[in-house]
Design a protein around this ligand. Structure first.
Ligand code: ATP
Ligand code: MG
Length: 357
């Protein structure tokens, strides 16, 4: 029987509660689909600061590198807010992403049929089904370019630079094309090639990879300002979007809010190999930690993404996603509660997803 090794970084706030539910669901899926999972827990964020003095202990990096993939809850909280930047929980998060070489960030923005009323968009704009995947470059571009301060005409000035190399663009483009192959066969590459030189290289490189390696994928290009507008005007036109670090940061937040439910949104960050880091997009929600109010579904859906993209268990992934869809008909956590539908705790939600599996 296949055995997978997963590193668990439960983190702070609601992190431990939601990861515990996701583990329960993973174990149930493993049982049903005939594989086993062993877990290795490690510290990250505030809990790591309390235990070791730093947000990312070297042992955590080693453990994550030694496993097939990593599942992360959330980090941070008011307790650590007054620490200097490089010692805060969030620094641990950036550190682990860098240490694992995660260059591609996948953010699905999906509206579950049962939660359509949560979307800020009108029903006729959403249509029957809305399911977008934003693929964001995560380790290059303006967030990592040369920056500094200088004096210009006697005034203080600051600058940041955007730079992408052809290999960097090629590898993120391939992630986008492969994603399109697995989904609807359409890829939209987003840039600002009418203004930025880095975007012109981006567009030419994505177009060449498409022509040479993925001739069957329908590739389109769009300027980022237009894309921001189209996402709320006519989001149905998109399936997979591939874009740079800064544009992806903004567009993935915009796209995900179309669903209206922060407790439902999963994410994956991938490296060159098969392994990845999977986490909900929401934070550690310290205001509701320990109350049973946390929605574990974003973490459960992140675990499903792990099964699909890192562990080659797509059937188990699909079964979890189907179970989540199904459970919403009868039970909801407080954040997505609706009249006439049973309100359950974090743990009860985990149990119900397991039951449906
Ligand atoms: P961070 O800076 O870590 O992103 P944040 O304060 O911006 O944190 P969140 O921690 O994501 O944002 O929380 C924002 C609000 O959404 C909070 O009121 C929180 O209680 C709620 N929330 C976030 N995640 C969940 C969840 N899984 N279930 C229920 N409510 C949640
Ligand atoms: Mg936040």
């Amino acid at each position: 029987m296949k055995n997978y090794k997963i590193a668990l970084l439960k983190g702070d706030g609601i992190g431990p509660e939601i990861v515990t539910q996701a583990v329960k669901v993973l174990n149930r899926a493993a049982e049903r689909f005939g594989f086993t999972i062993s877990y290795d827990e490690a510290l990250l964020g505030g809990s790591a600061i309390d235990a070791t003095g730093v947000p990312l202990p070297p042992e955590t990096i080693e453990k994550c590198k030694a496993t097939d993939s990593t599942l992360l809850g959330a980090v941070g909280g008011p307790k650590w807010d007054s620490l200097p930047g490089n010692l805060r929980p969030e620094a641990g998060l950036l550190g682990i992403r860098g240490a694992l070489g995660l260059f591609a960030n996948l953010r699905p923005a999906k509206i579950f049929e049962q939660l359509r009323e949560a979307s800020p968009l009108k029903a006729e704009i959403i249509g029957d089904n809305l399911d977008i995947m934003v693929v964001r470059e995560l380790t290059g571009g303006i967030y990592f370019g040369e920056r500094g301060r200088r004096t210009v005409n006697g005034a203080e000035a600051a600058y940041d630079t955007e730079m992408y190399s052809v290999p960097e663009i090629e590898r993120i483009a391939r992630v986008g094309f492969r994603m399109a192959e697995k989904r609807d066969g359409r890829l939209c590459s987003v840039d600002k090639a009418n203004v930025l030189e880095s975007s012109r290289l981006w567009r030419a490189t994505v177009a060449r990879i498409g022509k040479e390696e993925y001739p069957d994928i329908k590739l389109s290009h769009m300027y980022v300002d237009n894309c921001a507008m189209q996402l709320v005007r006519n989001p149905k036109q998109f399936d997979v979007i591939v874009t740079s670090n800064i544009f992806g940061d903004i567009l993935s937040d915009e796209a995900s809010m179309i669903s209206g439910s922060i407790g439902m949104l999963a994410s994956a960050s991938l490296s060159e190999g098969k392994s990845g880091l999977y986490e909900p997009i929401h934070g550690s929600a310290p205001d509701i930690a320990g109350t049973g109010l946390a929605n574990p579904l974003a973490t459960i859906l992140s675990a499903a993404m792990m099964l699909r993209y890192s562990l080659e268990e797509p059937q188990a992934a699909q079964a979890i996603e189907d179970a989540v869809s199904e459970v919403l008909k009868t039970a909801r956590t407080a954040d997505i509660s609706a009249e006439g539908i049973w309100q359950v705790t974090c743990e009860e939600m985990g149990d119900m997803v397991c039951g449906l599996l």
